[in-house]
Design a protein around this ligand. Sequence first.
Ligand code: 1HN
Length: 364
Amino acid sequence: MSGEASKGLARFDQELAEAAMKGQWEFDRLLEGLVGGPRPAGVPHLWRWKDVNAKLLEACDVLPESFTARRNLAFMNPGLDRGTSHTMVMGMQMLKPGEIAWSHRHTMAAIRFVVDGSPDLVTVVDGERLPMEDNDLVLTPRWTWHDHHNGTDGNVTWLDALDIGLVLALNGGFYETLGERRQPEHERSGSTLANRSGDVRPTWERRKELHVPHRYPWRDVEPILLGMAAEDGSPFDGIVLEYVNPITGGHTMPTISCWIQMLRPGERTRPHRQTSSGMYHVVRGAGTTTVDGVDLEWTDRDCFVIPNWAEHSFVNRSTTEEAILFSVHDIPTLEALGLYYETPEPSLGVAPWPAVPADVTRPR
Ligand code: 1HN
């Protein structure tokens, strides 16, 4: 659009504003700013484990258990007013021996990925007791009661991630406390869920796909990931697996997709952009993620964020060890709304499966 608004138009704009209206022409600047796609929300940033751990230990001194529901330190993107990405927040939480993070629920969906765990560290989710061993993933879907219990004699640490920016943008926030430190647990923990997420399910119940407490034990996930080392994988991400929703077989949760990724020794991936944002945690290894020209150099237990529509690629700096990254993405939301795009080409769900037989040519 060119040309200056006439005096008459300027006065008309003012009168529209007074009548709580705005002409479409006033959105032209906004639209022109969207040519080539959105500007990434926030900046690429890395939080070093060394710094995070030091602050968590300080928080253990500064905050007595009773002072707060959660000793969680959330990672604040320096380029945003709130959140790690514009849709989500990631942070680390520490509990001292014997502590309980008391029961509450909210309409933000959350996941926990265990950093320093134990069979005696548990999160109880809607009555289900979910043990948290190292590198396990535990789901706390929207509006499920959850409390965390450290039954060990040492400090425990895990990673929290929630879709808080999204829920607040939709103004869909609800929160309540149980009023008790712990919720009642099901008598036979695991069986309620197993009878609803396995081969058979009760016909008279509504499907609970939005509300399934679930644990993905690392001892089951790691061998599958390592066992795929010889596959092609994705040119943009290496070998990357999504944690599957136990009921739908689809994305981990309606708004959150969790991934576990292996970069093989020396692997370098091609750069791409996605309209989604991603928050990462280094399970092990050392590498570099280059995000819009910024090198994020990571090692064990560091965390970093890739803003939406930022070009990114990965390098495993070791030539002998694999690197393993856990990550959380807002892909399901964007996909559901038809807003998920990638460039230079789609990388999700594109390879044929079962693999096309390679040698179909009959000898003549
Ligand atoms: C929350 O409920 C937990 O349940 C952790 O452990 C981090 C960050 C913001 C809002 C709620 C938890 C959180 C949170």
